[in-house]
Design a protein around this ligand. Structure first.
Ligand code: ARG
Ligand code: ZN
Length: 872
C-alpha cells in the first residue's frame, strides 16, 4: 500500500494545455476537461496513459474526438489507464461530482454560500481525471458556469479573459493562467462574495490589482490581511528580489478549511481563521499569525509555484524554504528574539515530540501511505530549520546568491531537495554532502557538551558529542553537520574574545560539529567563564550541558543573545520544577527553589527595553515541554509542580507583578504593533501570576480588565483567567455573557469553546461533551473541531489523560466519526492518542485500547497509516 521515493518514474505523458469547464451545481457539477497530451521522449508507444480520479461519475472518455468504449480503458481503484494512445493527442473527459456531499474538503466542495477547492496534494483527482502529480505542469484555461443570483462571483487562477450571460439565469467567466502549473495549484471559487480592492506597484513598476473576497459580514475584518499582503510583497522584493508575476492577486476567505491556507496560483484560499481580523474579535497572537500566513502563501508564488516539487517526497523543498522565508519576514517586522523564541518553542515541544513518537519521519520521507498525513511539523518546521542552518552556514549574502540562482535555474520546473542544496553548495563552494543527512535522518539529534577549565593554562576546553536516537525503521544514525553558535561569558558578565588555535573569532562564533565527538580549546580565558551554547537555537537539536544554577542565572542576566537568556531561564525553571515533581510523587511539600524566585525578582525590578523578551522569560516551561524532558511522564506531577511553582512565584513577588501590571496599562487606541503587543503580553503574564496568588483583589483586576472591553487580547486573557479559576461565580457569568455577545461570530465562538475546555478543573471533559451539542458546534467544520476537541486533547493534559480513560474514549469517538467524514482531520486529531510510549502502564493500556477500537473500523488510508504506526 505504501508508495516509495525510489520508485519514482517521470510521467509518460505531459500535459501541454488543460481546458476545463465547470457547470456548477451543488449535487451534480459537470466537469469537462480537454488535455493536450504529449508523450515523454523516454517512453515508447507501449507506454500507457495513467490518470487519477476519485469519486467521479465518468460519462465520457475520448481521444482525438473519438469516444472510447468501456473496453478501451480500465478503471483500477483511483486510476484510469488507457493502454495505447498516440504520442501527441487530445483527451476529453466528462464527469459529474457532488460538491455538497464532499465532507473531506478536498477537491471541489461547498462551504457556506460558496463553492471552493482544495487541491494540494491530491484533491484535483476528486474534480476530474488527470495526471495529478506535481511534475506535470500545464497552462490552464478554466470556464466556470454558475447561477447569476447565487454565484455572482466566479473565480479561478490567472486573469479573466471572457465573461457573458447564458440561458436559464446562468452566466460564465473564463480564466486563463499563463504560467504552467501542476494541478495541485488549481483553484476555483464561486458564490456570493464581496470584494475589497487595493493595488501594489512592483519594483519594476507594474501595477498589480489586489482583491480580498469575503462574505459580506466579514468586510470589517479585511484591513489587516490586505496590509500584511502589501508588506509581504515589498519584503520579498527586497529580501529575495522576487516580484509578483500576474496582474491580479486574489485572496478568498472560507469557513470550512482543513488547514490554514493554500497558495493556488493567483488565487490563494484561506481558512477564515487565518485571514480575518479586527481588534474587537482578534488577539495579538492571531494578528501575528495572520500576517505570517498571508506572507507564507504569497511567498509560495516563487518558492513552490514558479519552482515546484518533482514529487510529494520533496514537500519540504517548498514548505521548509517558505516557512523559513515567512519566519524571516515576521522577524524583520516584529520582535526578532520573540519570533525566534516562539518558533523554537514550537519546534522543541511539538516537533521534537513527533520525532520521538511512532510517526517520526525524515524531512524528506522515503515512503508513505497517505501524503496528506505528511503536512507535519517535521516537514514544515524542521524543514525550515534546515534552511536556516544553510543560511547561517553560508552567510546571508551567499545564501541570497544561492536562492537567486535556484529561482533562475529552476524557474518553471519541478525539482528535488538536491537541486536546492546543490545550488547552495555551488555558490558557496561548501561541501554539503554530510549536510544532506538532515533530510534523510529522522529523530532529534542530542548533543552532550562538557566544559573543562585549566586555570594554569587559562584554557577552556569544550567537548561536544552527538547522537541521534533510533526512530521507527531507522536504527543506525550517522553523525550530522551541526552548526553550534556560541560564546563565552566572563564572571563579570562581559563577553569573552574567542581565541581558537591562535586566531580570534570575536565574541560569537559558529562551531562546526561533524564528528561523533569534537573538542575546541579556547585560549586566554579567565576563571569563571560560562559557555552560552547553541545561540538562537542554531540547530534543531537537544543540548545538554552541566550548567549549575548559578551559571544559568549568570546567562539569564548577561548573555547578549536574547534567545539564550530565555533558554537559560527555561532551564533554571525546569530544574526547579523537576525537583518539585519529585516532592509531589513522594507526597512531600513542594518548595520552589529560592534562586528562581530571586532571578524573577531581578527580572521584574530591572528596567528593560525588551518587554517582549521579558514576558517570554516570565512564562514557565509548558507542561508539554516539561513532559518532553522526562523518560517517564507523570502527568499529574508535572501539572501539580508547575502549578505550585506559579503560585509560589506569585506569593513571593505579588508587589512586583502588580507594579508591572500597572506600568503596562495602555491608553492609546489598539494597534497590533510590536511595542503594544509587547506591553500587553507583559501585562497579561503579570495578571496571570496575580490571579494565581488567589487574592480576591487579583480576580477583581481580571474582571475589571474583562469588563473594560478594550480589545480582544485583553478580554480573552482576562476571560481565560476567570474561566479557569475556581470562582464559578465570576467565571460562569463571564462565559455566558461572552457567548451571547459573540454568538454571531464563529471565529470568536471558537475562542469561546477553547477557553472553556482548557480549564484545569475536573469538569473540563464534561464540558466538551456538553458543548459538542451546542448549536454553534459542528463536527463537519474543522475549526470547530480544533477549538473544542483539539484544544481539549492537546492543551488540557491533566484532563485528557484522566485515569478513568474518559478523555481517550472521547477522542476515539470523535476520530471514528471524523474518519467517515473528513479523514485528513481525523488523522490529525488522533495524534495525542498515539503518544503513549512514555506514560504509565495504566494509561498506556487505556490508550492502546482506544486505538484498537478505532482499528476495528473501516478505516480511511489517513487514519489507517497513523493507527498502524502507533500500534506497531
Ligand atoms: N501548501 C499549503 C501551505 O502550506 C498547505 C496545503 C495542505 N493541504 C493539505 N491537504 N494538507 O501553505
Ligand atoms: Zn506552505
Amino acid at each position: 500500500q505504501a508508495i516509495y521515493l525510489s520508485d519514482y518514474r517521470p510521467p509518460a505523458y505531459r500535459v501541454e494545455k488543460t481546458e476545463l469547464t465547470f457547470d456548477l451545481d451543488s449535487h451534480a457539477t459537470r466537469v469537462k476537461a480537454r488535455l493536450k497530451l504529449q508523450r515523454h521522449p523516454e517512453y515508447d508507444a507501449q507506454a500507457a496513459l495513467t490518470l487519477y480520479g476519485h469519486g467521479l461519475v465518468t460519462e465520457r472518455v475520448a481521444i482525438d474526438g473519438q469516444t472510447l468504449l468501456e473496453s478501451e480503458y480500465r478503471i483500477d481503484g483511483d486510476q484510469l489507464i488507457i493502454d495505447q494512445v498516440p504520442a501527441s493527442c487530445v483527451l476529453d473527459t466528462e464527469v459529474v461530482i457532488d460538491p455538497a456531499n464532499n465532507t473531506a474538503l478536498e477537491g471541489l466542495y461547498v462551504s457556506g454560500p460558496m463553492f471552493c477547492t482544495q487541491c494540494e496534494p491530491e484533491g484535483f483527482r476528486r474534480i476530474t481525471w488527470y495526471p495529478d502529480r506535481p511534475d506535470v505542469m500545464a497552462v490552464f484555461t478554466t470556464t466556470v458556469i454558475g447561477d447569476r443570483q447565487r454565484q455572482p462571483v466566479l473565480l479561478s487562477n490567472g486573469n479573466p479573459i471572457e465573461r457573458g450571460e447564458l440561458p436559464n439565469g446562468r452566466h460564465f467567466v473564463t480564466w486563463e493562467d499563463p504560467h504552467p502549473k501542476p494541478s495541485y495549484l488549481f483553484a476555483l471559487v464561486a458564490g456570493s462574495l464581496e470584494c475589497v480592492r487595493d493595488s501594489f506597484t512592483t519594483m519594476s513598476g507594474r501595477e498589480v490589482a489586489l482583491e480580498l473576497w469575503v462574505e459580506a459580514q466579514n468586510l470589517e475584518k479585511t484591513d489587516w490581511a490586505m496590509a500584511s499582503l502589501k508588506r509581504a510583497m515589498v519584503w520579498d522584493e527586497q529580501a529575495y528580489g522576487r516580484e509578483y508575476d500576474l496582474d491580479l492577486f486574489m485572496i478568498v476567505a472560507v469557513d470550512d478549511f482543513n488547514m490554514g491556507a493554500m497558495e493556488n496560483k493567483g488565487l490563494n484560499i484561506f481558512n477564515s481563521a487565518a485571514v480575518l481580523a479586527n481588534p474587537q474579535t482578534t488577539t495579538d497572537a492571531t494578528f501575528q499569525r495572520i500576517e505570517g500566513i498571508v506572507a507564507h502563501e504569497y511567498f509560495h508564488n516563487w518558492s513552490g509555484n514558479r519552482v515546484t516539487c518533482r514529487d510529494w517526497f520533496q514537500l519540504a523543498l517548498k514548505e521548509g524554504f517558505t516557512v523559513f522565508r515567512d519566519q524571516s519576514f515576521s522577524s524583520d517586522i516584529n520582535s526578532a528574539p520573540v519570533k525566534r523564541i516562539e518558533d523554537a518553542a514550537l519546534l522543541r515541544t511539538l516537533q521534537f515530540a513527533e520525532d520521538a513518537g511512532p510517526t517520526a519521519h525524515p524531512v524528506r520521507p522515503d515512503h508513505f501511505i497517505e501524503i496528506s498525513n505528511f503536512y507535519t511539523l517535521t516537514i514544515y518546521e524542521k524543514g525550515a530549520e534546515i534552511v536556516r542552518m544553510l543560511s547561517n552556514l553560508l552567510g546571508e549574502e551567499t545564501f541570497r546568491r544561492g536562492s537567486d540562482l535556484y529561482f533562475e535555474r529552476f524557474d518553471g520546473q519541478a525539482v528535488r531537495v538536491e537541486d536546492f542544496v546543490e545550488t547552495m553548495a555551488e555558490v558557496s563552494g561548501e561541501d554539503l554532502t554530510q549536510f544532506m543527512r538532515w533530510y534523510a535522518q529522522a529523530g532529534t539529534p542530542q548533543l552532550a557538551a562538557n566544559g573543562d577549565y585549566d586555570a594554569e593554562q587559562r584554557r577552556f576546553t569544550l567537548t561536544i558529542a552527538q547522537r541521534t536516537p533510533p526512530t521507527p525503521g531507522q536504527d543506525d544514525k550517522k553523525p550530522l553537520h551541526v552548526p553550534v553558535r556560541m560564546g563565552l561569558i566572563a564572571a563579570d558578565g562581559q563577553p569573552i574574545e574567542l581565541i581558537l588555535g591562535g586566531e580570534s573569532y570575536g565574541t560569537d562564533t559558529v562551531l562546526h560539529l561533524r564528528e561523533v565527538e569534537q573538542q575546541w580549546v579556547f585560549d586566554n580565558v579567565d576563571e569563571g567563564a560560562v559557555p552560552s551554547l547553541l545561540r538562537g537555537l542554531s540547530a534543531p537539536v537537544r543540548l545538554e550541558y552541566p550548567w549549575s544554577r548559578d551559571e544559568l542565572s549568570h546567562l539569564m542576566r548577561f548573555d547578549e543573545d536574547g534567545f539564550n537568556r530565555w533558554d537559560a531561564t527555561q532551564r533554571l525553571a525546569l530544574m526547579a520544577i523537576e525537583e518539585m515533581m519529585v516532592a509531589h510523587q513522594r507526597g512531600e511539600l513542594m518548595a520552589l527553589d529560592a534562586r528562581l524566585i530571586e532571578a524573577f525578582r531581578h527580572l521584574l525590578r530591572e528596567p528593560t527595553d525588551d518587554k517582549a523578551v521579558l514576558a517570554e522569560m516570565l512564562r514557565l516551561p509548558s507542561e508539554a515541554w516539561i513532559a518532553e524532558q522526562q523518560s517517564h511522564v507523570d502527568i499529574d506531577a508535572i501539572h501539580g509542580a508547575r502549578r505550585a511553582a506559579i503560585e509560589q512565584l506569585a506569593d513571593n513577588l505579588f508587589a512586583e507583578f502588580e507594579s508591572v501590571y500597572h506600568a503596562n496599562q495602555q491608553t492609546e487606541a489598539y494597534a497590533p504593533t510590536p511595542e503594544q503587543i509587547a506591553s500587553r503580553s507583559l501585562k497579561n503574564v503579570a495578571l496571570s501570576y496575580l490571579v494565581a496568588n488567589g487574592e480576591p483583589e487579583a480576580l477583581n483586576m481580571a474582571l475589571a480588565q474583562y469588563e473594560a472591553d478594550h480589545n480582544m487580547t485583553d478580554v480573552r486573557a482576562a476571560l481565560t483567567l476567570l474561566a479557569h479559576s475556581d470562582r464559578a461565580d465570576l467565571g460562569d457569568p463571564a462565559i455566558r455573557a461572552f457567548g451571547e455577545r459573540w454568538a454571531h461570530d464563529s471565529l470568536v465562538m471558537d475562542q469561546w469553546f477553547a477557553t472553556q475546555v482548557t480549564r484545569p478543573q475536573a469538569d473540563a471533559l464534561e464540558r466538551v461533551r456538553f458543548l459538542m451539542n451546542h448549536p454553534a458546534f459542528s463536527i463537519k467544520n474543522p475549526n470547530r473541531v480544533r477549538a473544542l476537541v483539539g484544544a481539549f486533547t492537546q492543551q488540557n493534559r491533566v484532563n485528557f489523560h484522566r485515569l478513568d480513560g474518559e478523555g481517550y474514549r472521547l477522542l476515539a469517538d470523535v476520530v471514528i466519526e471524523l474518519n467517515r467524514l473528513n479523514p485528513e482531520i481525523a488523522a490529525r486529531m488522533i495524534v495525542p492518542l498515539t503518544r503513549y510510549h512514555r506514560l504509565d502502564d495504566k494509561r498506556q493500556a487505556l490508550m492502546r485500547g482506544e486505538l484498537e477500537r478505532i482499528r476495528k473500523e473501516n478505516l480511511s488510508r489517513n487514519v489507517f497509516e497513523v493507527v498502524e504506526k502507533a500500534l506497531a
